[in-house]
Write a protein that binds this ligand. Structure first.
Ligand code: ADP
Length: 525
């Protein structure tokens, strides 16, 4: 790239980075191509010319250092892209939206600052991963669970800020967050909610505080750098039960969703139950080539054969029940009875003591134990497996679920992909998560995945649905779909952005929000 195309001309950038080196130490300023490769998006679905890259990375280890780096960034108008550990795979990894930005990698700030067993919460720094927090709690013998996302190596702060989710009753990570410390672009340090009281006792206990509440404003945004985050932890249950129900027919999806909704609304099932399609379930047990190695999507006959051989369902419902064994059994009887209305379904349960660890990866997640089961999916297609996700929010009705499923499946087949997806149950909505799995070493597949994502997003928007999260390549596209009153929501975000960050240094383009200085860089790749 030429200087003109970079956000900061090379000579100026070098001076700015020299100043950063005096703040964080030369070893913590990364400029070599070899080490910068860690910040490239490992699964980019964008053509090479449009890929997202960092010109450097700076790794501070304290709030003071962050404030100093921000001072340099303001002086040089150097855009910086904060990440906690940069493992936001399928959504861009550690790469910035605006190529040439400097990644501010917070992985060295990895202290678990507090665990309160009385009120069941923890306060963590950005570099703390789910594996770290789990190990910390076990070491101190705390009877508290974490709620891991599918890839346990990610950061608690990063995943929560992206509104990630897990599988236990504390699966809505954004909802279980309480209190933040944030460094603003001007260097000011703010504590939200009750943290506004200098020596307080309730920062992690009561989210709102007094007056306006800001925590949610720092999620999926570019309004500040989060340096501390409080999260509520689930008290270890005395026992838990993990259930797997199998359903035979594609059309059963409608009934499954209709039966599940009241059980979620009345809290018979409190965790994020998952309705998984056959291919996604099979990917945990086998490879695609075991069943089919032709071109295009797997034919129905191959899917049927795979289902029969593996003894799985066309749809597979996973849920967990947590608490006293008698209560779990009573709930299990109620749930089994409700689903027995679906012809041909079968259900089985495994019972665990509260401190017992299940053996399989996905079961581990439901048992509050971080794992890396998510990566198994990449072996499905072989080669250099990668994925990019389409993640529309779906109303909790059988009709909507069926509609989204049929739309996605047909489009995926058209572009040569299997429907690899499922629905994760909130209370009044479903997260419909669909992965386009492709082989990075085959450019044709990368292009097809990229085109497919755009088409899926347009289809969803035309039907009145929107996405909850988007890869860097589609952030502007996703934001533009929230178009009520000619995009009033994005106008509001950009007004706030300009007020908080007039130099436009913090994460330009994050979630489609561009500061005035870079607004011309908005674009759909
Ligand atoms: P993880 O490693 O948990 O997958 P990342 O560190 O990649 O998560 O963070 C995901 C995204 O969240 C980043 O791309 C960035 O936009 C945002 N983010 C992460 N950490 C922070 C932070 N401490 N402050 C502000 N934004 C953050």
């Amino acid at each position: 790239m030429t200087d003109a195309a970079l956000p900061v001309p090379d000579a100026r950038l070098r001076k700015a980075l020299d100043e950063c080196a005096t703040i964080v130490g030369a070893a913590n300023v990364v400029t070599s191509a070899e080490r910068l490769a860690d910040y490239a998006d490992p699964f980019t679905p964008a053509p090479a010319a449009a890929s997202f890259f960092a010109s450097a990375a700076v790794l501070p280890d304290s709030v003071e250092q962050i404030r100093e780096v921000l001072r340099v960034a303001r002086a040089y108008r150097m855009p910086i892209w904060p990440v906690s550990t940069g493992r936001n795979f399928a959504y861009g990894g550690g790469a910035p939206r605006l190529s040439g930005s400097v990644v501010l990698d917070l992985k060295r700030m990895k202290r678990v600052l507090e665990v309160d067993e009385t009120h069941a919460y923890a306060l963590v720094e950005p570099g703390v991963t789910y594996f770290d927090l789990y190990a910390h709690l076990r070491e101190r013998g705390a009877k508290l669970w974490i709620d891991p996302p599918a890839a346990g190596w990610g950061s608690v702060v990063g995943n929560t800020l992206e509104r990630g989710f897990g599988y236990t009753p504390y699966g809505d990570h954004a909802a279980m967050q309480c209190g933040m410390e944030v460094v603003l672009a001007n260097g000011d340090v703010v504590r939200t909610g009750m943290g506004g009281i200098e020596i307080g006792h309730t920062w992690q206990l009561f989210k709102p505080g007094f007056g306006p509440s800001y925590d949610a404003m720092f999620m999926q945004s570019n309004f500040g750098i989060v340096t501390k985050l409080g999260l509520w932890l689930m008290p270890q249950p005395s026992a838990y039960l993990l259930a797997h129900a199998r359903f035979l027919r594609e059309a059963d999806l409608e009934a499954i969703v209709e039966i599940l909704r009241p059980l979620k609304l009345d809290e018979t099932i409190r965790n994020h139950a998952v309705i998984e399609g056959a291919v996604r379930h099979a990917a945990g047990l086998s490879s695609r080539s075991d069943w089919y190695d032709g071109q295009g999507p797997m034919p129905e006959a191959a899917i049927e054969a795979m289902i029969a051989r593996l003894g799985i369902g066309r749809w597979n419902l996973h849920f967990g029940l947590y608490g006293e064994p008698e209560l779990n059994d009573a709930r299990y009887a109620i749930v089994s009875r409700a689903f027995s209305r679906v012809h041909g379904m079968s259900i089985e349960a495994k019972r665990y003591a509260g401190d017992e660890v299940p053996s399989g990866g996905e079961d581990r997640n439901l048992g509050g134990v971080p794992a890396m089961s998510a990566f198994r999916m990449l072996d499905w297609v072989g080669g250099s497996g990668a994925h990019v996700d389409f993640s529309p929010i779906c109303p909790f009705t059988g009709r909507d679920a069926m509609r989204q499923y049929t739309m996605a499946k047909a489009r995926m087949a058209e572009y040569g992909f299997d429907y690899y997806g499922g629905f994760t149950a909130g209370t009044r909505h479903l997260h419909h998560i669909v992965a386009a799995i492709f082989d990075r070493s085959r450019p044709g597949q990368v292009d097809a995945a990229s085109d497919l994502l755009r088409v899926l997003m347009s289809d969803a928007r035309a039907a009145g649905y929107g996405e909850y999260r988007a890869h860097l390549a589609y952030m502007d596209f996703a934001a533009a779909q929230y178009d009520f009153n000619e995009g009033a929501l994005l106008r509001l975000s950009e007004q706030i952005k300009d007020a908080l960050d007039p130099q436009g240094i913090l994460a330009p383009g994050k979630s489609g929000i561009w500061p005035k200085a870079w607004r011309s860089a908005r674009g759909y790749t």
